[in-house]
Design a protein around this ligand. Sequence first.
Ligand code: AMP
Ligand code: ZN
Length: 512
Amino acid sequence: MRFFFTGEEHHNYSLLPIFAAMKAHNLHVQNSLTRRKEKFEPLEEGYIGMYVCGPTVYDDVHLGNCRTFSSFDMIYRYLVYLGYRVRYVRNITDVGHLLDDGEDRMSKGARLAQLEPMEVAHKYAERFHDMMRKFNLHTPSIEPRASGHIPEQIQMVQDILNNGLAYVVNGSVYFDTVKFAKEQKTYGQLSGRKIDELLSSTRDDLKNQDEKRHPSDFAIWMKAKPDHIMRWSSPWSEGFPGWHLECSAMSTKYLGKHFDIHGGGNDLKFPHHENEVAQNMGSCGCTPAKYWLHTNMLLMNGKKMSKSDGNTISPEELFSGDSQHVTQGYSPDTVRFFMLQTHYGSTMDITNDALLAAEKGYHRLMEGIKRLEGMKGIEGAGELDETWINMTHNAIHEMDDDFNAPKSLAAFFEFITAVNTQYNNGENTIGQVALKEVIENAHALVFDIFGLRPPGDSSTTSMDGVMELIIDIRQQAREDKNWTISDTIRDRLAALNIEIKDGKDGTEWRVK
Ligand code: AMP
Ligand code: ZN
């Protein structure tokens, strides 16, 4: 297999129709594995398998996570635009991702909220999906959950043990990095770390340091303590898989042993991705992805965004403006535009001034597109036909340079300037056939590839704003003890299938 079947079946791609015509391109990508920019050549012409590490659903995603996911959304959208049929797999981590104190993130979230871990996972997965919709991200082709792939993970542990690259201690199974590095000479290739320098840096099993033969060994199966809630039977103990294992098992299951692209934030390069490579090599002797793409971190006011020192802003706070870090709210499209202005591989600093500038830029872009759409082309050929077709085509294909959205955006703004000049002169010197193509190119870049929407088109934004207003009016009515108005608001919303719930953190609403 690689694409359409699992197991040992091998699929012949050439038998399948390629649905969209491929566009000529010269795509190069920065491959973290080789540390070089390389010409992108898929394993099978016309098809791409892409795996991206998704969120751990024990809490809401922060803006940094959103940057990574919208970068991969843009990458996915561009590959689709080029005509590839892409199977995009982005997982949900709902088990196995441990905190430094050894407790499972999901279990801790559940214990604090007095909920079942799966209730926590469900709640935050739903909220994650809502947030991705607000940013207008496409849903992946498959969104597998770690807890739904325990047999596959147990099988992988068994394969690694069979290959002599893991050992069992007290019911837990550890990957033998020293033996692996000696045999395969590859451990550390992705992160550039040397085995001797690797001290106890894995965040998932510090508690079990004494059971490991070498500090860089890592747990692929952990025996659960008596009070650990999420546990499964295995040949070694009742326990749960190590965090890194899920991505190896699920990428193999859905994309095959060797696939095209693996992505994630660059904070995951080590240990998570390094250990993924080791597990895949250790179980089947194959390197998982041909190209590894890593997004860089989001900073705020020049410092790493971090919840612990208050240098953070949630996407909701950014939308509403309810934060000391911003002077006003910004729509998800403005935020997305803002993110497009920096290459995904560079760090990016979020400041109020930069957001204000992005808001202006976003509106200028949309205004330019409206002007373009309002133009009437002349019959036959016009003076600008070729220039404008080339300008828009070239702006799109700046993306060939490792999905360089800022370059593409800058080139497109040159075109918008040309449109504005034309508009101000009131001249129609473009042929109607060319105009149609130019508008198609503009739409493809701005709406299909960048995933931006015209102002007011993001139904979630306007709905949020309207609901906030209605909830405020109801709150005022309650404070004034005007129960007729407050009850009418609730009942009329219920009739529209909108439920509102008053809680200690304010009033929440949802469409039933
Ligand atoms: P997590 O849920 O912490 O595993 O993160 C989900 C994704 O967001 C991973 O690909 C991380 O690398 C990425 N990520 C985490 N923090 C940031 C940040 N500050 N900037 C950009 N991406 C981030
Ligand atoms: Zn992963």
